[in-house]
Design a protein around this ligand. Structure first.
Ligand code: G3P
Ligand code: CA
Length: 281
């Protein structure tokens, strides 16, 4: 009788090993998709720390993002700084246009408390400070933000990169982009060895192959609003010879959709949404 009970238990264990373990293993298996997607931390890891501050860039670095995205504007005294809006109202305790402040004045503002008290006292960083801290450690996706307000901003950015020998071919991971496509062309002329990207808002949702060809004459990236990205657009951008980084992901499902569409990069406030993909480290 005891023998019989043991043999039933033995048969049960064998059954479990043969059928259930492989089934669980299959569930946990990495699917066949192994495509690598570049992870760009939008204004730094801005879902976790105040955008365009050293705290946000440091968080992105810690989270192992491939690139940090930086919005570059210029102060009244011609210094390059990182801030998104053309006024300081939303992201600091001050008010007024960025271009009406000197560097000294703008750096007295608190750029952290609006996000969380934990970040009280964060300053608006200079572009040079960011480049010096992160070049060679993490890629820099530099956005010329509203460059039409800051004549000469392309030259100033080019000077910062050239002084550091970052203008040479294959030197560091640096990309320059803008919604202002004339500014992209001007910057490309100054820095022909640095890849450039055209940002495309919803007004480019119907972009034609001919327009993509025109962009490809000076740009290496077509970086669109995620709302009009699908597999067909990705294929057309690739056919034009450019890569495609889509913005801005703030939900996991949107990252998943972009991954399915086959984009090359995802610009996100939450870098962890991109690392969740199979094939990511
Ligand atoms: O890098 C793409 C994205 O930053 C463009 O939109 O308004 O967040 O600068 P915005
Ligand atoms: Ca930006």
């Amino acid at each position: 009788m005891i023998r019989r009970i043991f043999s039933i238990i033995f048969m049960f264990v064998v059954f479990m090993c043969l059928f259930t373990v492989p089934a669980f293993a299959a569930i946990g298996e990495t699917p066949a998709k192994q495509q690598q997607v570049v992870n760009v931390a939008h204004r730094g890891a801005s879902g976790h720390a105040p955008e365009n501050t050293m705290a946000a860039f440091e968080k992105a670095f810690e989270m192992k993002s491939d690139y940090i995205e930086i919005d570059v504007q210029m102060t009244k005294d011609g210094e390059l700084i990182a801030i998104h809006d053309t006024t300081v109202d939303r992201t600091t305790n001050g008010m007024g246009f960025v271009g009406d402040f000197t560097l000294e004045e703008i750096q007295q503002l608190d750029a952290g408390s609006w996000f969380d008290e934990e970040f009280a006292g964060e300053q608006i960083p200079t572009f040079e400070e960011i480049v010096d801290k992160y070049r060679g450690k993490v890629g820099l996706l530099i956005e010329l933000k509203s460059p039409e307000l800051y004549p000469g901003v392309e030259e100033k950015v080019a000077d910062v990169l050239t002084e550091r020998n970052m203008h040479r071919p294959n030197n560091n991971k640096v990309i320059i982009q803008s919604f202002n496509h004339e500014s992209v062309q001007r910057s490309k002329e100054l820095l022909p060895n640095i890849p450039h990207g055209v940002l495309a808002g919803m007004n480019w949702a119907e972009v034609t192959d001919e327009q993509l060809q025109e962009f490809a004459a000076y740009a290496d990236y077509f970086n669109p609003n995620r709302n009009f990205v699908d597999e067909e657009l990705v294929e057309r951008v690739h056919r034009s010879g450019m890569e495609i980084y889509a913005y801005t992901v703030r939900e996991q499902k949107h990252a998943d959709e972009l991954f399915e569409a086959g984009v090359d990069g995802i610009i996100t406030d939450f870098p962890e949404y991109v690392y969740d993909f199979p094939g990511q480290n």
